[in-house]
Design a binder for this molecule. Structure first.
Ligand SMILES: [Zn+2]
Length: 348
């Protein structure tokens, strides 16, 4: 082996170097400066792994997590109703009964989600995540996935991408996106430090935090779609002399916008390969066709078919664009991995 460069600082590593789980050599100073705990783990020859066991998750955590959003939704519904009761527009007791029924229904549905969810998640546990010989491996009773580490991306923050965390209670952790899935690590403070330090040292590509941005994107695209639809509805209603198109197309525009917003917001959230199997032109065309049919049928079946076909074409086009974009991303990912492999082989 000739001179080897530390993946973190790019300097030539001295004899005093440490090999981490990606089989690359790092300067001891680099590793200790990022995390003395990681240095101890690496030099003790221990593996970098984390296992979530069935007893680590609970339905109660899911219920606790849902309490705040549920409370907010309840307030959004109850406050206007309370106001209407105060000014005498609604009767108090019937309103209270309707609100109580809604609250009861929502609580039961959360409980059912928690119980079904925890049962499904437990059947997939224990889940072991480890880094070995430059590969990230996820081992569960049903299957074993292995991805080249350099084809993965990561970030530190909200763990929404991994549904297991809704039951394990990990809200902020290390989120790793493989080409096949997204998983979160760092269920203990010790493990969190190890994973975060290692991924920082390995200079793995970070993927952006979306969080609130996602909700904003969905909202903006829905409103934008509504405006475009309203404009189009005005033209169609003027041309046909049927005012129903004005409202109908505004509604259709908003519905299309909502669908596009959801596609954009969840784009690539579960890895390029999953997104490619999820986003196909045909289902998109079918969903948009159905939306168009529902709106257009108010004006007879001929109009319904024209409206559905036009909207279906739009859906198909969006699905096709997504598919093309994902194919390019997938090719770029494999090109980046090849490039890194070539660079590494130069030092061997
Ligand atoms: Zn270094």
């Amino acid at each position: 082996m000739d001179s080897v460069n530390c993946p973190y600082c790019s300097h030539t590593v001295s004899a005093d170097s440490v090999m981490l789980w990606d089989n690359r050599f790092y300067c001891s100073e680099c590793v200790t400066s990022i995390s003395p705990a990681l240095f101890r783990l690496a030099t003790s020859g221990s593996p970098l792994e984390e296992t979530v066991y069935p007893e680590d998750i609970s339905a109660l955590r899911y219920v606790t997590l849902m309490t705040i959003p549920m409370g907010l939704c309840g307030a959004v519904v109850a406050l206007p109703v309370g106001w209407m009761c105060l000014i005498g527009k609604f009767d108090f007791w019937p309103s209270l009964i309707v609100l109580a029924c809604l609250g009861g229904f929502a609580s039961i549905s959360i409980l059912v989600q928690a119980i079904v969810g925890v049962t499904v998640q437990r059947s997939r546990l224990p889940r072991k995540v480890l880094i070995e010989d430059g590969y990230l491996r996820i081992v569960s009773p049903q299957d074993e996935q292995s991805s080249e580490l350099q084809a993965c991306k990561w970030r530190f923050g909200n763990t929404d991408g991994d549904t297991l965390c809704l039951f394990s209670g990990l809200r902020n952790g290390v989120l790793i996106q493989t080409p096949k899935t997204v998983i979160a690590c760092g269920h203990s403070s010790e493990s969190l430090e190890h994973w975060r330090a290692f991924l920082t040292l390995a200079r793995l590509t970070e993927f952006p935090t979306l969080g609130c941005m996602r909700v904003l994107v969905v909202g903006l695209v829905t409103i934008g779609g509504g405006f475009v639809g309203a404009g189009l509805g005005y033209v169609v209603s003027t041309l046909t002399g049927r005012p129903s198109w004005q409202f109908g197309l505004a509604f259709l525009g908003a519905a299309d916008g909502l669908a596009i917003g959801i596609i954009l917001a969840t784009w690539n959230i579960d890895g390029v390969q999953s997104a490619r199997s999820r986003l196909h032109p045909a289902p998109a065309a079918l969903i948009f066709f159905g939306l168009g049919l529902n709106i257009g049928k108010a004006d007879g079946w001929t109009s319904a078919l024209i409206c559905a076909s036009a909207n279906g074409l739009l859906g198909g086009l969006i699905g096709w664009l997504c598919h093309v974009r994902l194919r390019v991303e997938s090719k770029q990912n494999s090109a980046e991995v090849d490039h890194l492999d070539r660079n590494e082989s130069r030092y061997e």
